[in-house]
Every structure is written in structure tokens, then in C-alpha cells.
Design a protein. Structure first.
Lengths: 340, 334
């Protein structure tokens, strides 16, 4: 039985708890595409790098974007060469930075899933209300359900159930995943991040899959409601509309991204100051992150894993972020760790 | 008066002399330093231990300490971990042009207090001033010498399967405090840096249990880095038990918020000790009687499995790897 945890934080929690080692051999956990850093494409990083080198621009970003490779460089390298790149914990920090640096343009790298989109939207609305004219986003937010659909469109997906991302579901509600049961006859359980919550989630999935059931269960009731956080959804829908998006490793997925609506388009720095970057040449490194992200192979099956591809020198995106599948496998001993 | 450091304070002339005579010596002075020669002449019998470390911490002042306090504690503790009792330290200051003299005095006061607490003297030193922007306010280097404690034989090569792994107290307080203050997170007052000289505690421990195999202070990289180094150097496996690890709930909270693990957080007043299991109880009794070791406890054991690796039995009963930290700590995205 193959169960996929979609969320990168789940992947890491499972390793930290040593859960794989405790499960019977019949239950296999596969990791999915749920690390927003990992799926951010080269072209986006290239643009961020160019912007960071402009004299009047400060790029504000979550810290795990620093090492993500673009086609030739990374933000960390750009910063070392004099680019102005600053780490923030929230888009609101970037907004505060904009107020403190009126002579600069602050470009917040709006990357993430449904979890982070509402705060970016809220920061934008605050900027508009307070007439902060130098606060911008570089939007590349993505939506989880379309990515799951894209995985399942693949005939060899062989997934028997999903551990669904708790943090995403806080915003979207667990109902957003009903399509799994209704259209694909697959069970899903929204779970939290503690070892016991994960274990309960796995137990419920195994129970459903064994019985041939397909329901969406909520094992994270303390924070997730069926309809989600409607205030957050409202802000998100006010500011964003869906669009096709490029996922690193997965390719273009229809209606899987968020872009600013026309009324807010002037906050999009790529519109305010368009770049004419050359198209990203396809990479021929042999990196198999795309298959890893779809749960088709484990990192160990990639010829680069732990050979030329390690966190200090990542060949592919899954090795870059601490919550990337390959980075997690590497950190915790290459998969199921045997103590011997 | 808002006096600041100027380039001339480092130029060797009248201003340099003023800095030494009016600011440094009144705070740090002692009979050896007061001779004001090019170097200190010291009387140390037998085997000596010698170490050096540089301090660049930001912010410079934080709950429980300052760059001045850790500049003394860090070097004293490095000596203590070799089984030596620190006696004399050097103190080198690199100051940025424009640094406030008042702040320099506060740093030096902390140096003095920590040195008194540890029972060491600052016997020689140096001051350089660099241009505005060439360093971040103040950097400090200290070096220290100490005499080896009679009978001590402390080295990673002594670590053997079957030994216990003991830690002297709560893990991660220092880094959690610094990180929280960097990010403007308010922690309860009880949570502060653990910066403290460990030489007094070490002396008591070695007196009661001279057979201590190895000690090391888990500073940068935290307990995870220290244990990985020791596993590699001794060629043994180290198996921790998650449920035995002493971590304050508030530190756990900071970690959860910022995506860190307590095992990877730096400490400035803790040590990890390896000892034969039949001596563990005696050692713990001695440690718990000292203010720096009140929360001492066993956290795991040395094994002959998975040589060179650190693993941890999780609360659920799985065993997972505790690897060497990579890169610096960065905030996570979700």
C-alpha cells in the first residue's frame, strides 16, 4: 500500500519521528510535491536574481529561497556579489521594510501554497490602504489540489491514499480535497505534524484503503474546519485569480498558480519593471527530481543522489530546501535508517 | 558625553595610550597586566593547555550575557573541556570607527565580571580600530592558557561502547535567546543565554570521577555537531533517547516557530560528558550539586553499532539519524 504525504513539513516530521522504520513493510510512504521552494522554476529565480542587483531594489524573501539555483546562479551568490537580499519571516516584515526605506523598491518573493498566499494578499491590501508605493510582490504562489490532480493523471501513479497537508487545509478547509474521493475513489486524511497525529492519519488511511472506502477525513480538527478560514480565503480571492503555472519538475499545470487581479496588477514587480530574460535552457544534469516529486521514484533511485547532489551543492531543487524530499532523505540517512 | 572610537585610538599614539590607560586598564587591570610590557610573563607549572577563539555575536547584548561575557566563557570552557583549569587570557579587540566608548565600557565590564567569576586574569591584549563599515561594532578574540588538572585524561579516543552520554543541563537556551531577540520575539524572562564559565564544575567533576573519558561544550552547531564530531573521532556509535533530552518548552516553541531543532542550537554554558556507566550516578550527583549542572542528566549511550554515526531513539520508538548540521540556520517558508 503506497500512501503519499503531500506536504514537505510532513516529510520531515515523518523522518524526525523515525516513523518509516516502525511501519510494517506493507505500508510504504512516498513523498509528494509539497515543498513550495522546490517547485519554484529556474526562470523565477533568474528574475529575482536580476532584481536583487538593481540599485534601487531590495529583494525580501523567506530564507530557504536563498540557495535555490536559477539557471546560472542563486540569490545567495547574488547577495555575496553585492545584491541586496534580505530574509524576512512574513510579508508584513517586507512591508515594514518598505516604509523604512522609502527610496528603495521592496520586492517580496511571494512563493508558497495556500498557507502563505493570504498573508501576502493582506500585506498588499495594507500597502494599498496606507499608500505605500514602494512595496511589490513577485508572485509565484501555487495551489495544492491541481498538483495532486496532475500526479493522478499519470497512469503509473500507484497511490492508494493521501496524507493531506494540515497547514494548507487550515486556509482551504478539508472539503477542498473532496475530489479525491469523488473523482478518483481515493481516501485522504488531513493531518497535523506531531508523530502521533501522523500515525493516526496513517492508521485511518490504511483502514479506509483496506475496506475499499474513499472519504476525506479530518484528523487535525483542533485547527482545520471543513470550510476552512473564510476570512483568509476572502482576502486571497480579492487579490488573486488562478492562472496556469510552471512547477519545477512537474511542468505547466493549468489553474495551479495565483496571479494578481487587474486591480492589483501594479503591485506585481514583473509588470512594473518587466525584464527581457532569455528563455531558460533545458538542463541536462540527469537530475530526476521531477519523478521524485511525483512519487514515482525514491531519491535513492536518482543517479545523482548523494553523489554529486548534496545539500551543500544541490543539483536539483529537492535537495535545496530543508523540506525537499531529497534533502530529507539525505539528512536522515538515505531513507529507512537501519541501526546496525 | 557621547564619545566614540576614532581611527586614532588604534594608531599607537596619544589616543591609543588614552584608550588603554583610561578605559581598558581601569576595568581589566591586575598585577600582571599592570606591568604593561609587550607580553605577559607567567608562571605555570607542568603541562599546559592553550586555546583561542574569536567572537562576533550580534546582537552584542542579549538576555543572560553579552559579547564580553561569552568572549571569556568560551575560551575558559574550551580549556576546561581539555581537562585544564584556565588561568590567564589574552584579549584582542577589533573596534569599528564610531563605536560608542560607553558601550565599549559595558562590554569590558562584562569581560571583567566573567573573568572574576571564572577566576582568570586578562594578562595581555591588543586593540585595533578599523574604518566605519569594516566591522560590526566590535569583534573580540581571546586566547587562554591553563594548567592540566592532575590525573585528567580527556580525549575523544577514550570513548568506548557501553559508556553513558551525559549533558550538564537544558539545551539550546543561548541560540534560542539570540535568535528570538534577532527576530523581535519576546521570550519569558526565565529564558536567557546560558553563557557561564564551566571550569569550576569541571574541577569538581574530575576530582570525584577522574576517569571521565571525554568532555566537549556544544557551542556552534549544537549538541548534534559535537556528538557527530566525537562519534567520528572515536569510531563509535552514539544513540540518544529523545525522551531524555532536556529542552525547555519555551525553547521548543522558538524552534517550532522558526523551523529549528534544539539539538542544533548553540550553547555557551553546557557540556556533554562521556563516562563509564558504573560512574554515571556518582558523576550526576556531583554535577547536580553545582549551579552549572543542576539539570545534568544521562541522554544516551555509546554503542558499537553504526560506528561514526549519531542516532536517536524517538519518543515513538523509531530510530533515526541525527546528522551533522549543514550551512547556517535560515528561517523556513511554511
Amino acid at each position: 500500500m503506497r500512501l503519499m504525504e503531500v506536504c514537505g513539513t510532513h516529510t520531515v516530521s515523518i523522518f524526525r519521528a523515525g516513523l518509516r522504520q516502525l511501519l510494517p513493510a506493507e505500508v510504504e510512504l512516498v513523498s509528494g510535491p509539497g515543498c513550495p521552494v522546490c517547485v519554484t522554476p529556474d526562470g523565477y529565480m533568474d528574475a529575482a536574481i536580476v532584481y536583487s542587483g538593481m540599485d534601487d531594489v531590495i529583494v525580501a524573501t523567506f530564507g530557504d529561497m536563498l540557495k535555490v539555483p536559477g539557471s546560472a546562479s542563486s540569490l545567495a551568490e547574488a547577495a555575496a556579489q553585492g545584491g541586496d537580499v534580505r530574509i524576512v519571516y512574513s510579508p508584513l516584515d517586507a512591508l515594514a521594510m518598505a516604509k523604512e526605506n522609502p527610496e528603495k523598491k521592496i520586492v517580496f518573493l511571494a512563493v508558497g501554497f495556500e498557507t502563505t498566499a493570504p498573508t501576502a494578499a493582506a500585506a498588499l491590501l495594507t500597502a494599498e490602504r496606507e499608500n505605500v508605493g514602494n512595496f511589490f510582490l513577485l508572485p509565484a504562489q501555487k495551489l495544492v489540489p491541481p498538483a495532486i490532480r496532475a500526479l493522478l493523471a499519470d497512469e503509473d501513479a500507484r497511490i492508494d491514499g493521501f496524507l493531506l497537508p494540515g497547514h494548507v487545509a487550515v486556509v482551504t478547509g478539508s472539503n477542498i480535497f473532496s475530489f479525491l474521493a469523488e473523482e478518483y475513489h481515493l481516501p485522504g486524511v488531513v493531518t497535523g505534524f506531531s508523530p502521533t497525529e501522523l500515525l493516526r492519519g496513517i492508521y485511518r488511511l490504511v483502514r479506509q484503503a483496506t475496506a475499499g472506502d474513499a472519504r476525506i477525513e479530518n484528523e487535525y480538527r483542533c485547527v482545520v474546519r471543513a470550510e476552512g478560514n473564510q476570512a483568509a480565503q476572502k482576502v486571497m480571492h480579492q487579490v488573486y485569480e488562478t492562472c496556469a503555472a510552471e512547477w519545477r519538475g512537474l511542468g505547466a499545470i493549468p489553474a495551479s498558480g495565483l496571479r494578481l487581479r487587474d486591480a492589483y496588477r501594479h503591485f506585481d514587480f514583473s509588470e512594473a519593471r518587466p525584464l527581457d530574460l532569455p528563455p531558460v535552457p533545458p538542463k541536462k544534469s540527469g537530475c530526476r527530481c521531477g519523478e521524485v516529486l511525483r512519487g514515482k521514484i525514491t531519491p535513492k533511485e536518482c543517479p545523482l543522489f548523494e553523489k554529486i547532489c548534496v545539500p551543500e551543492h544541490a543539483a536539483g531543487p529537492c535537495m535545496v530546501s530543508a523540506e525537499g524530499v531529497c534533502a530529507a532523505w539525505h539528512k536522515y540517512g538515505g531513507g529507512i535508517f537501519q541501526y546496525e | 558625553m557621547n564619545e566614540t572610537i576614532q581611527l586614532a585610538h588604534g594608531a599607537g599614539g596619544r589616543m591609543s595610550a588614552m584608550l588603554t590607560e583610561e578605559i581598558l586598564r581601569p576595568i581589566l587591570g591586575n598585577p600582571i597586566l599592570d606591568r604593561m610590557h609587550d607580553g605577559a610573563v607567567l608562571d605555570i607549572g607542568g603541562k599546559i593547555a592553550f586555546t583561542t577563539d574569536s567572537y562576533v555575536v550580534a546582537p552584542r547584548f542579549f538576555p543572560g550575557g553579552s559579547i564580553g561575557r561569552i568572549a571569556v566563557c568560551g575560551t575558559v570552557n574550551d580549556l576546561a573541556m581539555t581537562g585544564a583549569e584556565a588561568k590567564y587570557l589574552s584579549l584582542s579587540l577589533i573596534l569599528e570607527e564610531g563605536f560608542a566608548v560607553e558601550e565599549l565600557k559595558r562590554v569590558l565590564q562584562d569581560v571583567r565580571e566573567a573573568a572574576d567569576e571564572a577566576g582568570v586574569s586578562i594578562v595581555t591584549g591588543d586593540t585595533k580600530v578599523v574604518g566605519h563599515g569594516a566591522c560590526d561594532g566590535i569583534y573580540i578574540n581571546t586566547a587562554g592558557v591553563g594548567a592540566l588538572i592532575e590525573g585528567a585524561d580527556v580525549a575523544p579516543q577514550n570513548i568506548r561502547p557501553g559508556m553513558d552520554v551525559v549533558v550538564s543541563g537544558f539545551l539550546g537556551d543561548h541560540a534560542a535567546t539570540i535568535t528570538a531577540s534577532r527576530h523581535g520575539l519576546k521570550l519569558p524572562e526565565a529564558i536567557k543565554s546560558d553563557a557561564a564559565p564551566l571550569n569550576g564544575l569541571v574541577k569538581e567533576m574530575l576530582r570525584a570521577v577522574p576517569e571521565i573519558a571525554c568532555m566537549r561544550d556544544p557551542t556552534r552547531g549544537g549538541a548534534a555537531a559535537t556528538l557527530n564530531e566525537l562519534a567520528a573521532q572515536s569510531g563509535t556509535g552514539i544513540l540518544l533517547e529523545e525522551e531524555l533530552l532536556p529542552v525547555r518548552p519555551e525553547v521548543e516553541g522558538v524552534c517550532e516557530l522558526l523551523g529549528f531543532e534544539p539539538l542544533y542550537l548553540a550553547n555557551e554554558g553546557k557540556m556533554i560528558v562521556f563516562v563509564s556507566s558504573e560512574k554515571t550516578e556518582t558523576l550526576l550527583t556531583v554535577m547536580r550539586a553545582h549551579p552549572c549542572g543542576k539539570e545534568a542528566r544521562r541522554i544516551g549511550a555509546v554503542t558499537d553499532k553504526a560506528p561514526g554515526q549519531v542516532a536517536m531513539k524517538t519518543a515513538l520508538g523509531g530510530i533515526r539519524i541525527v546528522d551533522m548540521p549543514t550551512g547556517s540556520l535560515v528561517p523556513r517558508i511554511c
